[in-house]
Design a protein around this ligand. Structure first.
Ligand SMILES: [Zn+2]
Ligand SMILES: [Zn+2]
Length: 133
């Protein structure tokens, strides 16, 4: 079981299995909300423990697809928990090590000049292009 929570602890959840994938989005939007590093989790492996009714939602404006959920008390970005069969959540909310590594970097074209990527995962200017790996 992998547990996760916001900074103040009002909102918490658990995953019954490790996330399927980890990625980093360098777009201005993800950087501003503080959820650049995310993991994808399966809907049926995700369970709220506390604070579900507190979760606030910043609605996605097209072309963006995912709403941004956050804790109204401490401001922690949660990602998009509870959105369908598979959804991204903020990797920084995980209290336990998910035992996976970053698989890709997306929207590196929007990276500020001071930001550095320190792993070997493939980089994409925009959305990742599917590869055979
Ligand atoms: Zn909180
Ligand atoms: Zn992004």
């Amino acid at each position: 079981m992998i547990k996760g929570s916001c900074c103040c602890g009002a909102i918490s959840f658990e995953l019954s299995e490790p996330p399927s994938m980890m990625g980093v989005c360098h777009c201005t939007r993800c950087r501003k909300v503080g959820a650049s590093t995310f993991v994808f989790v399966r809907g049926d492996s995700f369970r709220w423990i506390s604070g579900q009714d507190m979760v606030q939602r910043y609605k996605a404006i097209p072309p963006y697809k995912y709403d941004r959920c956050f804790c109204p008390l401490c401001g922690t970005a949660l990602g998009e928990p509870g959105a369908g069969d598979s959804f991204p959540i903020n990797a920084n909310c995980l209290d336990d090590d998910p035992q996976i590594q970053v698989r890709f970097h997306e929207f590196v074209a929007e990276m500020p000049s001071w930001e550095r990527i320190s792993d070997e995962a493939p980089q994409f200017a925009g959305h990742p292009v599917k590869t055979s790996t």
